[in-house]
Design a protein around this ligand. Structure first.
Ligand SMILES: [Ca+2]
Ligand SMILES: [Ca+2]
Length: 176
């Protein structure tokens, strides 16, 4: 049997299993209630049942509404580095509503193709193993090649081995 056919069969079998919900947590440190709400609303718009996207304020860039220096009135936000710490400052009088500015900046920060659940799943689930922006049978073939091995390619849950748990995570993200 060809590898793709074998992979496809594995997937069909897996589809019968209950998909294990994964989650992506993003390290961001929004300051203040208004900005925190805007960030949480933005992440909620990325979330799906298969891949909830949650906020982890234990690290990552600091997000502030306003900054230490005056803004160019044309910019919605700017990224600066203070003492080695990355800060994203949003212009309170900027050209975009805060919710839009947050989405635009985080789209760039996270390297998303768009602020959509599909783009977030591709970028954040770890299932796009070859990094080509699609989750497809090529990725499943890579996973199957490493199945049963210790390694990182195909290790979606990062426990340093590639096994059924990773295959279940993959199948939860794969939308043919
Ligand atoms: Ca891929
Ligand atoms: Ca694993």
């Amino acid at each position: 049997m060809k590898r793709a056919a074998k992979a496809h069969m594995a997937l069909v079998l897996l589809a019968l299993l209950v998909g294990m919900a994964d989650a992506a947590s993003l390290k961001l440190r929004p300051q203040g209630a208004e900005l925190t709400r805007a960030v949480q609303a933005a992440l909620a718009a990325l979330s799906t049942k298969e891949l909830p996207v949650t906020l982890d304020t234990g690290g990552g860039p600091v997000l502030t509404l306003g900054g230490g220096a005056p803004f160019n009135p044309d910019v919605a936000a700017r990224v600066i580095v203070v003492n080695g710490e990355r800060r994203i400052e949003f212009n309170p009088q900027g050209p975009l509503p805060l919710a839009e500015a947050v989405r635009a900046e985080l789209t760039r920060e996270l390297g998303l193709a768009a602020w959509t659940p599909a783009a977030s799943r591709t970028r954040l689930s770890g299932a796009d193993l070859n990094g080509d922006g699609k989750i497809d049978l090529t990725d499943l073939a890579l996973l199957m090649n490493n199945y049963g091995k210790a390694g990182t390619v195909g290790d979606l849950n990062q426990d340093r081995k590639v096994d059924d748990a990773d295959l279940r995570l993959f199948s939860a993200q794969y939308k043919p």
